[in-house]
Design a protein around this ligand. Structure first.
Ligand code: PNS
Length: 158
C-alpha cells in the first residue's frame, strides 16, 4: 500500500490544492493531507479551522484523510510510514524553492517528492491572493470550495 502526503499551510485550502489532492488520490492508495503548523506565522484560519475546511471540501474521496503536524515534514513521514511527498507545481517560479525543499527532505531521510503539474485553470490561484481579494470584497467564488467561501465571508463580514 502506498501512502503519500500532500503537505501545506492551507490557509485556506483552494481549488488548486483540491485538484492536486484529488489527482493524487487517483494515483496512490492513501493520501494524507497534512496541515503544517508554523508557530511563528499567524494565519487567517487556525489549524483546526483549516483541517475542518479541507475535510468538508474533500468528502467525496474515501482514501483522503487530513492531519496536522508541528515539526519537520520528514519526521511526520518517518513516523507515519509515508512513501512520498506530493506537491503541486504551478509555474517555473515555484520550481526553485520546491526543488530545494525536495532535495533537503531527501537529504534528511531519503523520502522522495513527486511533483504534479497544476492544471492550467488553477495556475494563478494562491491562498495569499485569495485572502487579499476576499478581504476587500472581491469575488473568489470560482477559486475556493463552498465551505471556504462561507468561512471567508464570515471572517471578513461580507
Ligand atoms: O503551503 P506552503 O506554505 O507552500 O507549504 C510549505 C510547507 C508547509 C509544506 C513547508 O514549509 C514545510 O514542509 N514545512 C514543515 C517544516 C519543514 O519540514 N521544513 C523543512 C522544509 S525543507
Amino acid at each position: 500500500m502506498t501512502r503519500v502526503v500532500c503537505p501545506g499551510s492551507f490557509d485556506p485550502v483552494t481549488n488548486g490544492h483540491l485538484d492536486i489532492i484529488t489527482r493524487a488520490s487517483f494515483l496512490f492508495d492513501e493520501v494524507v493531507v497534512v496541515v503544517l503548523v508554523n508557530e511563528s506565522k499567524k494565519g487567517l484560519f487556525d489549524t483546526e479551522e483549516r483541517i475542518d475546511l479541507i475535510r468538508r471540501s474533500m468528502r467525496q474521496r474515501p482514501n483522503v484523510t487530513v492531519d496536522s503536524y508541528a515539526g519537520l515534514l520528514v519526521d511526520y513521514c518517518a513516523q507515519n510510514d509515508v512513501s512520498a511527498i506530493v506537491k503541486g507545481l504551478r509555474a517555473v517560479s515555484d520550481f526553485d524553492y520546491e526543488l530545494q525543499m525536495a532535495q533537503m527532505n531527501g537529504n534528511l531521510t531519503g523520502v522522495d517528492t513527486v511533483f504534479i503539474p497544476t492544471a492550467p485553470d488553477y495556475m494563478f490561484i494562491a491562498s495569499s491572493l485569495v485572502k487579499e481579494v476576499a478581504r476587500h470584497g472581491g469575488d473568489v467564488a470560482d477559486l475556493v470550495p463552498t465551505p471556504v467561501l462561507a468561512a471567508l465571508d464570515a471572517k471578513f463580514g461580507h
